[in-house]
Design a protein around this ligand. Structure first.
Ligand SMILES: Cc1cc2nc3c(=O)[nH]c(=O)nc-3n(C[C@H](O)[C@H](O)[C@H](O)COP(=O)(O)O)c2cc1C
Length: 442
């Protein structure tokens, strides 16, 4: 079978994910492999998509191979998907699958994002493989990788693909016109709106204007479309070692002095391709210069979205999870006059009351992955390590001795039939005793 590997890693031939593809090529000599270097070579595809179109036309199975980057795919691969759509690449009915490597931190949202875009283009997606970064180094991981390829080839050869998610027709962003009167502004809080506002984005401009009108505090605007990014994150990890990015385009100053310094942050974007667009993704990826540190913890934030974000289950998961991992209150997504009123009111209230509810599974689970990762890599990720130690984020091994002792005693008691009968009836009472104490002491 003719297999096309779309290498979405910005690390190009130094990509860890690519090594899995090279392994498959050696392991299955009966298949032919061709490579399209889109992660590191995105600039060339911006100029000319013809080589990509030709490579897709030759392929019987396409594999998007990439690292998971900040909940989704790297901005360069995201841009390539945009280019595929802009150039209307003839990929209808083409069998496609994906192979990612990551630390399994929101790998499923990355897969779903690509899957949704494959379906938009009429491709036939086959369930992909989300491998751990080091899986190829072990026998078990190699077996899983081989099984994955055999499964994908079997599906493509037999015309089987995943039809369980219906493709949604692409919807043009709605037209929005200003309708809200500016309210009286109060002093006290600095709120920044970070937007990707391009020429001609009049509806998004109007939405942002109405948000500012309904919000009781003054806002500042940072337009990502005006910022001269030197490029997307290269995954070089220079920032992890030296604390600063290899690009010298002023991004870190913009991030720290104009965005993270605010009391509340609002992101404004037009819904495109089930996401916030490749430019916003570039902004997200470049924030890797903060490592895995929750630098905006406690600062409430919100989104302004031109488009029906509520219908985008995967994107909503990403937005909620980002807030949760960062431990910030998400005031909501404003996309029309009614939701603007709700979101601005919630954001202002959260600021005034320092409201920050506890993390849910999205954040608690995510932070445990980070915790383990930083602990293992602490020799290199010095800044992260310092931050995790300072904020007590290394919560292992659990040292809750009284609780553990209590559980040990209870286990010993429950092993005896006689004692079990005696204590069994008092379990509920025992469990509630500490809670009752709190209530009694009130
Ligand atoms: C900017 C950046 C963002 C990342 N975001 C995630 C993430 O959200 N989830 C995750 O599990 N790993 C994340 N990683 C780790 C990479 O997915 C992982 O190291 C991957 O194996 C690198 O593959 P590559 O060498 O093919 O680029 C990130 C790495 C970088 C540099």
């Amino acid at each position: 079978m003719k297999i096309l590997i779309v290498n979405g890693s910005p690390r190009g031939r130094f990509s860890v994910t690519l090594q899995s593809c090279l392994y498959l090529e050696k392991r299955f000599p009966r298949h032919s492999f061709e490579y399209l270097n889109v992660g590191a070579g995105i600039a060339a595809f911006e100029r000319d998509m013809a080589p990509a179109a030709a490579a897709f036309a030759r392929a019987e199975l396409v594999i998007f191979a990439y690292p998971v980057y900040t909940f989704l795919v790297p901005s360069q691969l995201h841009r390539f998907v945009e280019l595929m759509k802009e150039h209307k690449l003839a990929v209808k009915n083409q069998f496609v699958t994906q192979l990612s490597t990551s630390m399994h931190f929101y790998d499923m949202t990355a897969h779903r994002f690509l899957d949704e875009n494959f379906r938009d283009m009429g491709m036939r997606p086959i369930k992909g493989l989300s491998a751990g970064m080091e899986d190829l180094l072990g026998e078990h991981g190699r077996r899983e990788l081989e099984d994955f390829l055999e499964y994908a080839v079997f599906c493509a050869e037999n015309g089987i693909w995943d039809k369980d998610i219906p493709a949604r027709a692409a919807v043009e962003p709605p037209v929005y016109e200003c309708s809200l009167e500016p309210c009286k502004k109060q002093e006290g809080f600095d709120t920044v709106i970070v937007g990707d506002l391009r020429e001609g984005d009049e509806s998004l401009r109007a939405l942002i204007k109405d948000f500012g009108a309904a919000y009781p505090y003054k806002t500042r605007f940072v337009n990502l479309a005006d910022f001269a990014f030197k490029g997307g994150c290269l995954g070089c990890l220079n920032c992890a070692m030296s604390g600063s990015c290899v690009y010298k385009d002023g991004f870190e100053t913009l991030l720290r002095d104009s965005i993270q310094s605010a009391d509340a942050i609002v992101y404004a974007f037009t819904l495109r391709d089930h996401s916030m667009g490749a430019r916003f993704k570039m902004f997200d990826d470049r924030q890797f210069c903060n490592g895995h540190r929750t630098t905006a913890e406690g600062k409430p934030f919100a989104y302004i979205c031109l488009g029906d974000c509520a219908q985008e289950e995967n994107l909503m998961t990403v937005l909620r999870a980002r807030a949760d991992v960062g431990h910030s209150f998400l005031a909501g997504v404003a996309s029309d006059a009614e939701s603007i009123r709700d979101v601005t009111a919630r954001l202002a209230w959260a600021l005034e009351h320092k409201y920050n509810p506890p993390r849910s599974f999205y954040g608690v689970g995510g932070m445990k992955i980070f915790r383990d990762l930083i602990w293992v890599m602490r020799g290199m990720m010095r800044e992260d390590h310092r931050f995790y130690r300072k904020h007590g984020l290394y919560d292992f091994p659990q040292r809750r001795w009284p609780r553990m002792l209590g559980m040990g005693l209870l286990g010993a008691v429950m092993r005896s039939k006689r004692l079990r009968r005696l204590v069994g009836g008092r379990m509920n009472e025992g469990m509630l005793a500490p809670y009752k104490k709190v209530l009694d002491e009130m």
